[in-house]
Ligand binder design. Structure first.
Ligand code: FA5
Length: 344
């Protein structure tokens, strides 16, 4: 066995010396270390018939030979690769007059563009920008907002419930309003905050309804906050983002977490108020529901409604994006269609 191994080593070293290129080197590797029929592996396999003592002795020797040969192979391989690259560079001709490869630059989704602009605008008003979970607890999405399990208002925001193996039920949040109570609990009063984010609803889809869309929640809580403050902020918001005066109408709206509550609609900028599929032929688009925060919600947030009052709004961010850019079908926004996205 000793002789057999030494002969194998001698032959291998002699063969190794003759190797001229990477292909020959690879063949050498297969010949000696191939898993199926490699010469060294064959020797290692035959060790099993020997006595324990011999196994130890020749096993060690075969391993030493293997390590020696493998290290030679690795060194040669890296030398050859470097030489190959050096040769390639030497022979390569660079034509500096050829046009370069065009770098394809992506762009932001229009929703992000408008969201970031709104964040800047509200920061300039002294608001903080918050984020919250998309998988929300039933408590923050409904209960804390004065919408108990049996309340019919739940039907207006049908959603996707996630089974939680006996734990508290979670939902894909139907609106950004859960951030009202979360923000109050975290920061207390006085408070000025916005919370943009993605929301989900089990909707019948059409030109102005998607199942996944964006809202931007806002709230301002302090002593003596009134509807006048609410209207002033809503006007500054629309002017700041649409860059022009738009016709708005304020009408009563019911949301269990505000009292009084309003719907602030804007004249449809797709059809100029004449009526189209986006505004369902009404000439108006529901954009900015808002109202004075209900005392129960302030209490849930740990704020005393006798001392403080505040307003909240839930801007339909995706709808605003449609108005801003004249997009006549909401489904384009999440479509991922590059022909659409490249325009922004
Ligand atoms: C709400 O979601 C309330 N949380 C808003 C709110 C906040 C009221 C704070 C009072 C105080 P609503 O379901 O109306 O309300 O949705 C708010 C806005 O989201 C709508 O005005 C609309 O612009 C937009 N919206 C609603 N459903 C969809 C939908 N399926 N696709 C796209 N946008 C939608």
């Amino acid at each position: 066995m000793q002789q057999e191994l030494e002969l194998l080593r001698k032959n291998a070293l002699a063969e190794f010396e003759e190797i001229k290129n990477l292909i020959e080197l690879e063949n050498f590797e297969i010949e000696y270390f191939g898993r199926k029929d490699g010469k060294l592996n064959n020797v290692l396999r035959s060790l099993k018939d020997l006595s324990d003592e011999e196994k130890k002795k020749f096993g060690q020797l075969s391993n030493d030979i293997k390590i020696e040969l493998l290290s030679l192979v690795e060194t040669k391989k890296s030398e050859m690769r470097q030489k190959e690259i050096a040769d390639k560079v030497k022979n390569e001709k660079i034509d500096l007059t050829l046009p370069g490869k065009k770098f394809v630059k992506g762009s932001l989704n229009p929703t992000s563009i408008v969201q970031y602009e709104l964040e800047d605008l509200f920061r300039s008003f002294g608001f903080i920008v918050l984020d919250g979970p998309e998988l929300e607890s039933d408590y923050y999405n409904f209960e804390s907002l004065n919408i108990p399990a049996t309340h019919p208002a739940r039907d207006t925001q049908d959603t996707f419930y996630i089974d939680n193996d006996g734990e508290e039920k979670t939902v894909l949040r139907t609106h950004t309003s859960p951030l009202q109570v979360r923000a109050m609990q975290e920061y207390g009063a006085p408070l000025r905050a916005i919370a943009p984010g993605r929301v989900f609803r089990n909707e019948a889809l059409d030109a102005s309804h998607d199942n996944t869309f964006y809202q931007l929640e806002g709230m301002m809580i302090d002593r003596n906050i009134s509807i006048a403050n609410l209207i002033a902020v809503m006007k500054s918001l629309l002017k700041g983002i649409l860059k022009k005066d738009v016709k708005v109408r304020l009408r009563p709206g019911f949301f269990p977490f505000v009292e009084p509550g309003f719907e602030l609609d804007i004249s449809c900028l797709i059809c100029g108020g004449r009526g189209c599929s986006v505004c369902k032929q009404s000439g108006w688009v529901e954009l900015l529901p808002c109202g004075m925060i209900h005392p129960n919600v302030l209490r849930a947030g740990g704020i005393d409604p006798v001392e403080y009052s505040g307003f909240a709004f839930g801007l339909g961010l995706t709808r605003l994006v449609m108005m801003r850019y004249g997009i006549d079908d909401i489904r384009l926004i999440n479509s991922g269609d590059l022909r659409f996205l490249k325009q922004f």
